[in-house]
Ligand binder design. Structure first.
Ligand code: AMP
Length: 372
């Protein structure tokens, strides 16, 4: 999950779909447990926001029930309107029936007040209210709420049926209003020997960014014989990937060390799809995102020539042996290349020809960079 933009506003991931499913299931079980055995309730959803919640809730309810909907004016922009009006009512005879209101969110309680007003005169057996989300800090009424899925802080949310100016209802998770991202974060991508490290050195100065090369961080740890270095060495010397969780934790620590950065050039990370997902989630928590992936494209034969040349001076054990170089290229094709698809799906991928003079390639990258 990464941050989303709806019109002029940015929203960061807040409650994922798995958690929502658990909350809804739990609510349905609670409601069911408190109903007399043969009671057939009428669930009344408050449109529009409740449509996904109501659909999921009713499927989790596991019993005979009727379903209806009412529509009330609710939000305009991000602040509640004082006067809530009923737009579409219920036509069924509700005499002596159990009504359970399904609300997506209760904040000030204005809508809830309106609901109580409408149903008070209908000779019900009982009226209960179940809400998916509740904002205790802004609730100003003395009205009962029988079932609360989750209490949340008073920040504007969208997704899972809830909208901002009509948008955002389609997202399966809940997002919270966030500030505009202010970092520029680039993934510099490509197979071993593509020139990522060389180019990153120029780009970080041109754009005042922090360059994080996971390979360099591992080598620094090996040189200093840290625990992390000892662990990573056996994978690196064979040309295999260091396990995801180790690498992800290390990357996060490197980012945290540079909290004031304008942004980052990630070089050699992410190298697997799960690293890419972890990076997205990690940045999204901060209200930040990856702006783009720039991939250096170099043919395999050229890579082998470059790495063999580099071996003369790099002192890297993984450059020294053609079999290990081949394994690194194979690992790239098998595990790392799919990361490209991950960013393509987000429209963040740009390929750049990585063959030519260093200066020409820097200029090619800069051209893409300036559009991000
Ligand atoms: P590099 O300097 O980018 O060529 O990386 C050298 C070696 O470090 C790789 O062959 C891996 O063993 C390890 N490594 C660097 N980055 C990662 C990563 N993101 N995930 C797993 N292993 C990595």
């Amino acid at each position: 999950m990464s941050i989303i933009k709806l019109q002029d506003l940015y929203f960061k991931p807040y409650i994922n779909k798995e958690e929502i499913a658990l909350i809804v299931k739990h609510l349905a079980i609670q409601v069911k447990a408190e109903l007399p055995k043969d009671e057939i309730p009428i669930f009344v959803g408050i449109l529009n926001g409740c449509f996904l919640f109501a659909a999921d809730f009713i499927r989790e309810f596991n019993g005979n029930c009727e379903v209806s909907f009412v529509k009330l004016a609710s939000y305009n922009g991000t602040s509640s309107i004082e006067n809530v009006k009923q737009l579409v009512g219920i036509n069924e005879d509700l005499t002596n029936r159990t009504i359970i209101i399904l609300e997506d969110i209760i904040d000030t309680g204005n809508t809830l007040q309106e609901i109580y007003n409408i149903f008070r005169h209908k000779n019900l057996k009982q009226l209960k209210v179940a809400t998916l989300f509740f904002k205790p800090d802004v609730f100003r009424k003395e009205l009962p709420i029988n079932y609360i899925g989750k209490s949340i802080e008073d920040k504007f949310i969208v997704g899972y049926g809830l909208d901002y100016n009509g948008l955002g209802r389609n997202y399966p998770a809940i997002y919270q209003l966030s500030t505009k991202p202010n970092m520029k974060n680039i993934v510099l991508f490509g197979p071993p020997g593509a020139g990522k490290g060389t180019q990153a050195e120029f780009l970080k100065d041109m754009y005042n960014l922090v360059h994080i090369s996971t390979g360099d961080v591992f080598r620094f740890n090996i040189k200093n014989q840290t625990e992390l270095g000892l662990l990573a060495k056996k994978y690196m010397d064979e040309g295999n990937l260091v396990p995801d969780q180790v690498t992800i934790n290390m990357l996060k620590a490197e980012v945290e060390k540079n909290a004031d950065a304008n942004g980052f050039i990630f070089d050699g990370f992410p190298r697997t799809k799960s690293q890419a997902e972890a990076l997205d989630a990690f940045l999204a928590e901060k209200g930040e995102q990856i702006n783009g992936m720039i991939a250096l494209e170099v043919a395999e034969d050229e890579l082998k020539i470059r790495l063999a040349e580099r071996a003369k001076t790099s002192g890297r054990p993984d450059d020294a042996d053609p079999a290990i170089i081949q394994n690194r290229i194979n690992t790239y094709n098998l595990e790392t290349a799919p990361v490209k698809v991950f960013y393509e799906k987000q429209n963040k991928y740009s390929g750049v020809n990585g063959v030519g003079s260093i200066k020409d390639i820097t200029q090619r990258i800069a051209k893409v960079f300036n559009t991000l």
